[in-house]
Ligand binder design. Structure first.
Ligand code: UD1
Length: 427
């Protein structure tokens, strides 16, 4: 298995191109199932999960072609066309490797009137149930059965009737599935306490470009008037706010100065405000956001929350940054129950972190020491990279496949701003 090796201590300086957002891409791709016309997505990140989703679409009878992609370019253009669906089944083998596969449930049900999708099961950051996905679809008229580890959903008469659902807790994935199911319903669908993440706005904007009728985009109440059919569209995937925030943390811990090219401040205010709390200079530039730091990070107090709150997907990276802070930082994770898996690995590099239930106290230390470390999930892996960039000596990050799921050409982007980082291929 590949390994990433970092010799820490280099100040990051320069421009980092921000890729298309993984989490937006993974909800835009299944939109192709909603129409027999082509959906062209631009600025798709080159990531293992995006390729995996393409394969899932192929299995359902949706063709995918990638154009204009030279290996040296960031971003790709993919055209997906589901002229006719040849299957409505997302099998266990695919879903277990890629949780986001569950996002074909809503669109298959909307287009074909039926869908059979494997239950994803637990994952490294907790239990992650899908009950809310199913309850929202039921509220719109779906009949749902669970059998042999699969969800079997059908729409009586081949089409969802419409209805109203109020989410008891905010869920990104359940909102996405429900919106994609609703756009082809017979009647009106209303979602209350819906997630408002920028990726959901991106999804809704793409669906509108395909002919959907959605009111309240960007608010917690989405009203969707079902239409008889959707048409094709060309849509550009938003910039990855989590990737941008991750590199911002890397800049701060190395006392660097970087421009996150393509990042949009309006989509990541909570991250930018946390960076300012740490003492960083954060400013808009003509082409992105500049993040610069001199001296050690000041302690931060951060609690994860649904958007527009501080993203759970940024928690591990800020924690890594806080390990070299000037005092004690306090983190509270409110979204997932098991999202401190990076802590024991960071401890191997000399960090002082005390986890008590959902909270963690990080006391800044004088220096970190490179070590062989191993990651358990995507953002946890990035926290180890960030710590490694500032640690004395060499850090070897194992299980690089986690990073490949979510960071497009990580080592290339970091090398270009001065990091001493390389990938050692297992060969
Ligand atoms: C998405 C993101 C993930 C991010 C998370 C929170 C993608 C591919 N993934 O994940 O990167 O960390 O949002 O911003 O976009 N819940 C239920 N029942 C459900 C669904 C969720 O109880 O049916 C709970 C979860 O256990 C969790 C909370 O709701 O406590 C939020 O989860 P959710 O927003 O659904 O996360 P994902 O969509 O899985």
């Amino acid at each position: 298995m590949d390994q990433i090796v970092i010799r820490g201590g280099q100040r990051l300086k320069g421009r980092i191109p921000i890729s298309g957002a993984k989490n937006a891409a993974l909800t835009l791709l299944p939109c192709a199932l909603l129409t027999d016309e082509p959906l062209t997505l631009r600025n798709l990140p080159r990531l293992a999960d995006v390729d995996g989703f393409g394969h899932l679409l192929n299995q359902l009878g949706c063709s995918t072609t990638i154009e204009g992609s030279r290996p040296e370019d960031f971003g790709r253009v993919m055209t997906a066309r589901a002229t006719t669906l040849t299957s409505t089944v997302a099998p266990y083998d695919i879903v277990r490797k890629m949780r986001a596969s569950i996002l074909v449930l809503g669109p298959l049900l909307a287009r074909a009137g039926e869908a059979t999708v494997s239950l994803p099961g637990g994952c490294a950051i907790g239990n992650r149930p899908i009950d809310l996905h199913l309850k929202a679809l039921e509220a719109f008229g779906a009949e749902i059965e669970l059998a042999s580890g699969y969800v079997k959903a059908s729409a009586p008469g081949g089409r969802l009737a419409g209805g109203k659902f109020t989410f008891p807790v905010v869920s990104v994935g359940a909102t996405e599935n429900a919106v994609m199911a609703a756009v082809l319903a017979k009647g009106m669908c209303v979602l209350e306490n819906a997630a408002r993440e920028p990726e959901i706005v991106d999804l809704c904007n793409c669906l509108v470009a395909m002919g959907a009728q959605i009111d309240g985009i960007g608010t917690e109440t989405l009203t969707i008037e079902g239409v008889d059919r959707l048409h094709g569209a060309t849509y550009r995937v938003m910039a990855d706010r989590i990737e941008a925030g991750s590199y911002a943390c890397a800049a701060v811990i190395t006392e660097g100065d970087v421009e996150l090219v393509g990042a949009k401040a309006s989509e990541m205010e909570a991250t930018l405000s946390a960076l300012r709390q740490a003492g960083a200079t954060v400013e808009d530039t003509r082409t992105g956001i500049r993040v610069a730091m001199s001296g050690r990070a000041e302690p931060v107090t951060l609690s994860t929350a649904p958007y527009p709150g501080f993203a759970t997907d940024m928690q591990a990276q800020f924690m890594a940054m806080a390990t070299l802070g000037t005092g004690a930082s306090l983190f509270t994770e409110t979204i997932f129950e098991n999202r401190y898996m990076h802590v024991p690995e960071l401890a191997r590099m000399g960090c002082d972190i005390d986890v008590r239930g959902r909270s963690a106290v990080v006391r800044g230390v004088d220096h970190l020491v490179g070590a062989p470390v191993m990651a358990t999930d995507l953002r946890a892996s990035m926290s180890l990279i960030i710590a490694g960039l500032a640690a004395k000596g060499e850090t070897q990050v194992n299980r690089v496949y986690h990073l490949d799921r979510g960071y497009e050409r990580l080592e290339e982007k970091l090398q270009a701003v001065g990091a001493d980082i390389e990938r050692i291929s297992a060969g």
